[in-house]
Each structure stands twice: as structure tokens, then as C-alpha cells.
Design a protein around this ligand. Sequence first.
Ligand code: ADP
Ligand code: MG
Length: 394
Amino acid sequence: MTYRTLDDIGDVAGKRVVVREDLNVPMADGRVTDDTRLRATVATVGELADRGAVVLVLAHFGRPKGQPDPTMSLALVTRAYEQVLGRPVRFVDWGSADEAVATMRPGDVAVLENTRFFAGEERNDPDVVDRLAALGDLYVNDAFSAAHRAHASTEGLAHRLPAFAGRAMETELGALEKALGKPEHPVAAVVGGAKVSTKLDVLKHLVGKVDHLIIGGGMANTFLAARGVNVGRSLCEHDLTDTAEAIMDAADRAGCTVHLPYDVVVATEFRPNPATRTVNVHEVAADEMILDVGPAAAEALGDVLKNCRTLVWNGPMGAFETPPFDAATVALARTAAALTGDGSLVSVAGGGDTVAALNQAGVADAFTFVSTAGGAFLEWMEGRELPGVAALAR
Ligand code: ADP
Ligand code: MG
């Protein structure tokens, strides 16, 4: 798919550019606790302002039910945003948006109030699209993380104004294309996390795309059970063992090798630093839980990555939040990071807990690309077309 970027937008001096960003940051006690998403907008907003555009940032914040809610006003984020951008940011309420925008000068930046204060935003209502389109001459979508939703500000507007991908969107799409669109083979996918049921579509899509499918985390237990392993009291979806078998059969037919752990770390209690055993998967006792991939399997999986050119990763290998069950995730992440540093591997990872785990391993910056988009990243891994991205196609 090709789409237009800021390189194609032409002369923006004096033009009003409506930029959809992701400003949906976590807050506690009135403070932004993680400004990652704000930082991701700087390239696009800064460039447009430097090029003399009147920059109007559109975003949602929280989940107001289609009406104004002062606890979810983007006014709460504006000061923090100003600091991250390093330039003044005006906050504009919907009641006075037209007048406020008319007084803005080239290079000025404003944040418009929460788009979800309109009930029609999530329905992609043409009236809301009109309302937003009236404020701008050009539209830039820079929010990959919201692109799996066909909302007025993420999809509808792209059909109403000349539409372009922002820099963060461009980087994200480029990285994803390198990882699964036109990757260099062999390709490995690491899929972990708690449950098979939340990632069925991901697994089904990946077996047709990748050469090695590495399954870890709680979901590996369902696959082990399908192979006749007694997983004790482990998290396991016993009703999905047939599905797991069908996925392994599909992988076989597609020439995709499925890797399951052959040693595991088990405990009888799930709490920090309990007594643990490292055992072969066939030696799990009835009262034990599998909480991490074992060290031998983790090393063997690292060797699989050494023979691959591309890696796409979603989901931790174990219950990484609770020590010591982060060991396999950390070991494999460090191997992937080292191979990336050597230039032998393109590594792309995403998912809320996956990003947290890579940060915990201290290697998030050493991956080729780490996506902070949750739902959109998973839908992309499922091979689905994202409406907000499709609307940018030319
Ligand atoms: P992501 O947010 O990256 O998509 P998931 O939400 O699918 O990842 O999975 C992360 C969760 O899976 C973590 O909370 C982790 O503790 C849990 N998990 C991983 N392995 C196990 C396991 N063996 N038993 C129980 N929970 C596990
Ligand atoms: Mg999660």
C-alpha cells in the first residue's frame, strides 16, 4: 500500500493542518505519568509548525460517553504537552473552536478538546466529520494506535480533506512492512502472553507468514496439553486443545516450524520468589503451575533467532511481572537485541505487556522498532486492514 506523507504535502505555510495524534496518556493525581505518546508526536507537529502551518491537534482522551466530561478534558494534558513539544500550546474548547482557530498564526499549535465529547465521533457520523473538516485545509493522521477504529477523526476526515501520514505513522508502517509485509526470510514470530483465546487470529495468520512460530507464556500450556502433556494447575484453556492442534497442523502444511518449550519453570504458589523447580515438560506435578519457559528452551529459542533475519514479537514468555518468572523473556529479548545490534536481525515488537517486559529487560531501544499501539498492533498481526491506514491509501 502506498500513501502520502509530509514529503508530499507541499507548501503548508499559513494553511490549517488538522493532525490526529494519540494524546491518551496515563495520569495520576493530575500528572502525566508516562509521556511516551506525547513524545511520539513531536516530529510531525514540530515539522508542520516549523514549516509555517497552523497546527490543530485532534485526539481522544479516555472514554467519555459521547458527551463532555471535565475529568477527561485534554486541557489536563496541555501543560505537559507544551513541555514535551518545547513550544506554546493553546487549548481550544469545542464551543469556541472556529473563532479561536481564526486568530491563530503560522507556526502556532493548538490542542482541540477531546474528540469523543461528540457522540458521533465513534460512529464516524458525517456531521462530526463536517465539524472537524471545517477547521482545517489539510489532514494528517499520525496516530497508528487509533487506526484500527473507523472514527470521524481517524477515518472519516481522510475522505473529506487531502490526507497524509504523519512521521510517526510513516515510521510505524515502514517497520511493520519490513517485519511482516515484505520481510527478509527466515522470519520468526514469538507469541506469548496469557491466553490462546485472545490471540487465535494472530496465530492463524502467522502460520501462513513466518518460518518459525515460537509459542511461550501461558498460551504454550494449551499447546502442550494438545500434545498430551500434563500441565498440572497451569493456566490452560483445555477447551481449546483442538484449536491448538489445528493451528499446529496448519503450520505443518505451510512449512512453519512450531517451537514449544521442552523445559519449564514451575511452582506450587504464584507469588514473588516462591520455591521453584526447573523440569522437563513431562515432569510437571499435578499441583504445580508452569510460570516460565525453562533456561534450556530459552537458549534453544535464541539459537532459532540466530538463524533468522526478521523477528516479530508479541507477548511475554512467562509471568514476567513476578520474579523470577521473567528470566526466559529477558534472556530471549537480550538475544534478539544483540542480534539486532549486530545487524543480522530486524526486530519488531508490540503489545502493552510486551513493551513493559522489554523495558524491564532494558532492551526496548535496542530493537529495530517497538510499537506502543495495543489493539492496532494486534489487529495488524492478525493481517487485518486498519481503516485509518486504508483511508490514507492513494
Ligand atoms: P501483550 O499485552 O503484550 O499483548 P498479553 O496481555 O497477551 O501480552 O499477556 C501478558 C500476560 O501474560 C502477563 O500478565 C503475564 O503475566 C501473563 N503470562 C505469561 N506467561 C504466563 C504463564 N505461564 N502463566 C500465567 N500467566 C502468564
Ligand atoms: Mg496485555
